[in-house]
Ligand binder design. Structure first.
Ligand code: ATP
Length: 324
């Protein structure tokens, strides 16, 4: 995306958005209700024309590809599915539009139904599907052309815990095969379990473009460790400038990543009984980022990603002493 801008009437809903979405990653697109996520996704898909700027998929506008469906699959809404069609019937007309050779269509439908766990429901009418099953069917339709890019608008909405777990695994596997996943949500905590990178917008403007690790670090993520002799680890972590709060057999290290603390403990030969990441402030960071007023010009990625002030892991651990 380069300078993507769109107004409806006199309201600018997408404002000079510039960011990249990379293959091999699950990228979350986050913003409060009305921030301009759906409008942006529709511009990427060529369903809405931008006033200015460009949205390229695979180096060119999606519509400029010979078979757009083979490049990007999308799930924007399940509300427009025809209720009288069967699951297989719905996929059949999508497959017919996708350019897949007639001899291959039946096989491809069987494959994707298997992939999304709907094989046993292939003859069921859409009107009788649960919301979660519709979402799965929507995902099946999005991947039926075997696209390199998957674009999903609020796919976690309305899913039950089992459906969320399924979708999370599915999207990660899809990206792990070198493909691109870009999906929107207005809930950071849900997204944090699925995405490894996030683009955050507010009022159509970019406020952050960063990895989940960076976001966690900004939320003053704490690492809690338990062990009989933590003193060398505590000393070493304090020497790096981190705040360490200690209890009798527990230490809470603010602003650290679990893997860094783990490496340090191995290096120092400190035995740990438990090592745990505490994420008290993730949603707070999101609220903070999307509340922060942005300046008139568009931001450099991450330029407004200031640390949240109200994320204090220590508050969750009732430590006995606190020291720097
Ligand atoms: N076709 C349209 N005509 C006029 N205004 C529109 C149109 N589509 C969207 N809007 C407005 O543009 C703004 C951004 O909407 P958009 O749906 O892109 O936000 P969103 O971030 O996806 O929100 P949500 O999380 O609620 O889906 C909203 O104020 C919305 O009312």
């Amino acid at each position: 995306m380069r300078g993507l801008t769109k107004s409806f009437g006199r309201t600018r809903v997408v404002d000079a958005l510039t960011f990249d979405v990379r293959p091999g990653h699950v990228t979350g697109f986050l913003g409060p209700t009305g921030a301009g996520k759906s409008t942006t996704l529709q511009m990427i898909l060529g369903l809405i024309a931008p006033d200015s700027g460009t949205a390229l998929v695979g180096g060119r506008p999606l519509a400029a590809h010979r078979t757009p469906a083979a490049v990007a699959g999308s799930l924007l809404t399940t509300e427009r599915m025809l209720p009288d069609l069967t699951v297989a019937g719905h996929l059949d007309w999508i497959v017919r539009l996708s350019g897949i050779a007639p001899a291959m269509r039946r096989k491809r439908i069987d494959e994707v139904l298997e992939q999304v766990g709907l094989s046993v429901s292939r003859g069921q009418r859409i009107a009788h599907l649960s919301l979660g099953m519709r979402q799965r069917l929507g995902v099946a339709a999005a991947i039926v052309s075997d696209p390199a890019v998957l674009i999903l608008d609020e796919p976690l909405n309305g899913l039950d815990p089992e459906g969320i777990t399924w979708l999370r695994t599915f999207l990660r596997d899809f990206a792990a095969r070198g493909r691109t996943v870009f999906f929107s949500s207005h809930l950071l905590t849900e997204m944090a379990l699925t995405a490894d990178h996030v683009i955050i917008i507010r009022s159509g403007r970019l406020v952050a473009d960063l990895s989940l690790d960076e976001l966690r670090a900004q939320s003053q993520t704490g690492v809690s460790v338990t062990g009989p002799h933590l003193a060398p680890l505590v000393q070493s972590q304090r020497a790096t400038g981190r705040t360490v709060t200690t209890g009798r057999t527990t230490a809470l290290i603010t602003g650290a990543l679990a893997r860094d603390v783990y490496r340090d403990s191995v290096r120092l030969g400190v035995d740990l009984d438990e090592l745990r990441t505490l994420e008290p402030g993730l949603e707070d960071v999101f609220l903070e980022l999307t509340r922060t007023p942005t300046p008139a010009t568009n931001a450099e990625p991450g330029a407004h990603a200031e640390p949240a002030t109200n994320a204090d892991p220590a508050a969750h651990a009732a430590p006995e002493t606190k020291d720097n």
